[in-house]
Design a protein around this ligand. Structure first.
Ligand code: BGC
Length: 930
């Protein structure tokens, strides 16, 4: 049941409870064996500095018993840990609310106050009416909710370095700016919270120590519309008496005068800082230290040049010593100036921060030329290197980064294009030195080191893996090593392309949030990582970048303002909210962006002529080309008509909009979306369908896939279109993929849904061109941008793209392992478990951490027997579809399944026996092969 807004539900339940039966206090009930765990607020554990005025609270349940569910819950929220411990819920005492919901419960207490910390716990009642023990205490803290809460001003220096002072950096790479401020704090600090927005990038230090462990912070944004700030609890870093704070500012994408490298890039101004430190004292007083013109600033620090693409240059001889500690002599520094604000609304960064998430060691070091050492990290990774070196002052060690090598063992940099990818470290001399950059990142497997003062060993360099620190959401493994290798490559590629927005690639002069790459593919990512906050943030980027007339840029934030008005790329604004609803029960993204989606739909509707829309920019980008040197195919038979791409995608968008209109109560909108969708369906078939042939237009693979995927093919013609697709694949491309980035995001599901999962299994296990297995056998440790990435022109050939993943991950989880959410009870409130055993696979295991907890599907095919272990979280239900000829041949836990405890036979359908179950673990076995 999706449509009833939760606040309403809670209100109804609370009404029902007013009077008799209301229990605010623990009664004499017996304790439930269920436990309440994993409390999250806005999809995160104990988040700091959020700005949701009514944060959504979620918890999970576990129970030793099958079918256990929550029938009621009680939440207590207090303003101190002690108060909560004593059951004094001074912020919100929900009392017992009759509800089965345990995900996204909106906070319903007193208005939340800026900067305050809140502590909460929850207990639930089970089906027998017994209450659980209280959960462990969780917490969140509020950010600064009102612009008035910010007491400081933006500070910085709105000009470049004086001429001649810096001979190294091109003007697109200013030196870092260092800012500092000292202050006194007397009277016992009990809590100190720092709120910081340092643009483009910043690091905060308090009394010489780094605050927090975020890197490349804050999140990227459409700066004139939104500016993110980050909150750190710095209580432990402060001390009685004299204190100091220091901030280093890097350029990031804010100061980004890259002009035409490789295309017009927006730049937003010089780096700037807004800062506020709120100290609370034992006697109840509080004081703020804020950014203002009393701060000191210098550009004469060790970071001589920095940007994300070209690298960082660091001269250790210019280190500033105790610059972020009290008592430092900053007499030679200048005063920070008050500068204009960046323009956007200040918002709390709610998505996971970027962190160093792993450190890896090189697997080999070679010396292709004297003094030039090549380190092989063994993995195409994203981040930077940590250098260990000892030598004389002034020695320059230069690191360059690349994904592949030339035949002579030196770096292959052609495909990196205009990014310099060079970090330079100048030694201060004396003892051993360690350096890692702060304000750049690279996509690389190989590192070229020159200038090292001795012969480096493998220990001279470490790879620091840097990405949005998203939690893992599942694991996949199966009996086929090619699939396992591809899956591993995908995981590395996906995480490496999280840079507070999903990027196209991490290495060359691009690194943009291209919408089209992720339209459906992003749903697959939800099985790998917990990404609701990241994608919810990206949807805001899209709305922020939207033009008044409704046009959406192909790249968001629109650092490259590409308002081409094609359909396929901007469709992500409509498609992704639906995925977040299905996977996370996040209906807020739909409510929040509904108006913007309608604006885009209305804008694009003007391009519909005679029932079709032909606006397109990129075609079915990157179909496997006929010539190994080509990036794009020249063969008209491999291409798909723009009108098919645009019309089918727009039809799909309208169908989704109809769902969203229903959800949000916009009935009139729904009617017009449905009407326009019907017009497009007719238009497509009139303009492109060839009844004599049984296919659309030129019959390309994608021209079959899209109308089938979106249900646009007249029923009587479906079989013919599908058979044509199969013919194209088996005869023309010899069992290989012939789709590009658009068709590939639906291909595998269309094949499976129409009874040919074996073809998908072939795609996934094959190692010949083109395919993911081909990439792996050619040494790929991520997924390439081009099917022929090993032979194609380097002008556009990244070794780390996700777009060609298509819907493979969706297929692995939702089909092969058979875990998928029921859209009628989203967020895996009800799961459809329906494995599709394919090809010669004998074993598949997948786990998925849904908002309600972990779902497990593991099956073995042993001769004619299908053995299946299933795990379903408490407080959820599932429809379990066991591959079998009939209920008589299915057992669970060794007895006839229909008689097993908690298992209810529902129906028999095409090769599956379907049962209803609740939370718990189950062991099914069926006798016959499908
Ligand atoms: C990007 C792609 C993108 C495409 C669109 C490429 O350069 O890397 O990911 O979708 O351009 O044209």
């Amino acid at each position: 049941m999706t449509s009833l807004p939760l606040p309403l539900l809670i209100a109804l339940a609370a009404c029902a409870l007013s009077g008799a039966g209301r229990t605010g206090l623990p009664g004499p009930e017996k304790e439930s064996p269920m436990t309440v765990t994993d409390l999250t607020c806005e999809y995160r554990t104990d988040p700091a500095g959020i700005d949701a005025v009514s944060p959504r609270l979620s918890w999970r349940m576990s129970s030793p018993a099958r079918g256990e569910r929550q029938t009621a819950f009680q939440v207590m929220v207090a303003t101190s840990r002690e108060a909560l411990g004593a059951d004094r819920a001074d912020a919100w005492e929900s009392r017992k609310i009759l509800s089965e919901e345990s995900v996204n419960i909106p906070y319903g207490g007193a208005p939340l106050r800026s900067g305050r910390a809140y502590f909460w716990k929850v207990r639930a009642w089970d089906a027998q009416g017994a209450a659980t023990a209280w959960s462990a205490t969780a917490t969140w803290s509020m950010g600064l909710l009102d612009p008035e809460d910010w007491k400081g001003v933006w500070i910085g220096l709105d000009k470049g370095e004086p001429a001649g002072k810096d001979s190294v950096a091109a003007d697109r790479r200013l030196p870092a700016r260092w800012l500092r401020k000292e202050f006194d704090a007397h009277g016992g600090i009990v809590r100190a919270t720092a709120s910081i927005s340092g643009l483009g990038l910043s690091e905060l230090y308090v009394n010489g120590a780094r605050a927090g462990d975020h890197v490349l912070s804050p999140a990227l944004s459409q700066y004139p519309k939104t500016v993110y700030y980050v909150t750190h609890d710095v209580t432990r870093l402060l001390k009685e008496g004299r204190n100091a704070v220091g901030v280093v500012l890097g350029n990031g994408r804010f100061f980004a005068p890259r002009q035409n490298q490789p295309t017009f890039t927006q730049s937003f101004g010089f780096p700037k800082l807004l800062f506020q430190l709120h100290c609370e004292f034992a006697d109840g007083r509080s004081a703020d230290v804020v950014s203002d013109t009393t701060w000191s600033l210098t550009t004469d620090g060790p970071i001589r040049a920095n940007n994300e693409y070209d690298g960082e240059e660091y001269d250790a001889r210019m280190e500033l010593g105790g610059w972020a500690s009290p008592g430092y002599d900053d007499g030679s520094w200048q005063r920070a100036r008050a500068v204009s604000p960046p323009g956007g609304v200040l918002r709390a960064q709610m998505a996971d921060p970027i962190r160093v998430t792993a450190t890896i060691s090189p697997v080999a070091v070679t010396e292709p030329r004297p003094g030039m050492f090549i380190f092989d990290m063994g993995q195409n990774m994203v981040g930077w290197c940590r250098l260990h070196v000892e030598g004389t002052a002034g020695t320059r060690v230069v690191l360059r980064h690349a994904e592949t090598l030339r035949d002579d063992g030196t770096l292959y940099l052609d495909n990196i294009r205009g990014a310099k990818v060079t970090d330079v470290y100048t030694l201060k001399g004396g003892a051993a030195e360690t350096y890692e950059p702060r304000f750049t990142y690279h996509g690389f497997r190989y590192v070229e080191m020159t200038g090292y003062p001795a012969r480096p060993g493998p220990g001279s360099l470490e790879g620091r893996v840097v990405n949005d620190d998203v939690k893992s959401a599942g694991e996949f493994t199966c009996s086929d090593p090619v699939i396992n290798r591809t899956y591993r490559n995908i995981v590395w590629g996906v995480r490496g392309n999280y840079r507070s927005m999903p990027t196209d690639c991490p290495q060359r002069d691009e690194r943009q949030g291209w919408l089209g790459d992720r339209s459906a593919e992003s749903r697959g990512e939800t099985y790998i990582f917990a990404i609701d906050p990241l994608y919810a943030k990206w949807l805001r980027d899209m709305e922020d970048a939207q033009r008044e007339d409704g046009s959406v840029s192909d790249v968001c934030p629109s650092y490259w303002p590409l308002y081409n008005d094609n359909v396929t790329w901007p469709s992500s604004t409509v498609i992704i909210p639906g995925a977040l609803l299905d996977q996370y029960a996040d209906s807020a993204v739909i409510t929040r962006h509904y108006a913007s989606m309608v604006r885009w739909i209305d804008h694009m509707s003007a391009y519909v002529v005679d029932g079709v829309i032909t606006k397109d920019s990129y075609g079915d980008w990157c179909v496997p080309p006929e010539d190994p040197k080509l990036i794009h195919s020249n063969d008209p038979m491999r291409k798909t008509a723009p009108g098919i791409l645009a019309t089918t995608y727009f039809y799909h968008d309208l169908r989704l909009m109809s769902r969203y209109a229903t959800l949000t109560g916009h009935d009139a909108d729904r009617a017009r979306f449905d009407a326009l969708a019907a017009v497009l369906r007719d238009g497509l078939n009139r303009a492109y369908y060839r009844p004599g042939d049984g296919w659309y237009d030129n019959g390309s693979q994608t021209s079959c896939v899209l109308p089938l995927a979106f249900g646009m093919v007249p029923d009587a013609e479906r079989r013919r279109v599908f058979e044509h697709l199969v013919r194209k694949i088996t005869v023309e491309t010899h069992g290989h993929i012939g789709t590009g980035l658009v068709g590939g995001q639906w291909l595998n599901r269309v094949l499976s849904d129409n009874g040919r999962p074996d073809i998908v299994c072939n795609f996934a296990t094959d190692t010949t061109y083109p395919g993911w297995g081909y990439m792996a056998t050619k040494g790929a440790t991520t997924i390439w941008e081009l099917w022929n990435g090993n032979t194609a022109d380097p002008a556009m050939n990244s070794g780390n793209h996700v777009m060609l993943v298509g819907d493979l991950v969706i297929w692995l989880y939702e089909y092969l392992a058979g875990i998928r959410p029921d859209p009628a009870a989203p967020g895996f409130r009800r799961t459809i478990l329906k494995p599709v055993p394919a090809g010669s696979l004998t074993h598949v295991r997948a786990t998925h951490t849904s908002p309600y907890g972990e779902i497990v599907s593991e099956w073995w095919k042993e001769g004619k027997t299908f053995r299946w272990s299933v795990g379903i979280p408490a407080n959820t239900t599932a429809e379990v579809c066991v591959p079998s000829a009939g209920p008589g041949e299915v057992t669970e836990g060794g007895i006839a399944a229909a008689r097993a405890s908690g298992v209810r036979f529902l129906r028999q359908e095409a090769g599956y026996t379907v049962f209803a179950v609740g939370g718990g673990t189950y062991e099914f076995r069926s006798g016959g092969e499908r």
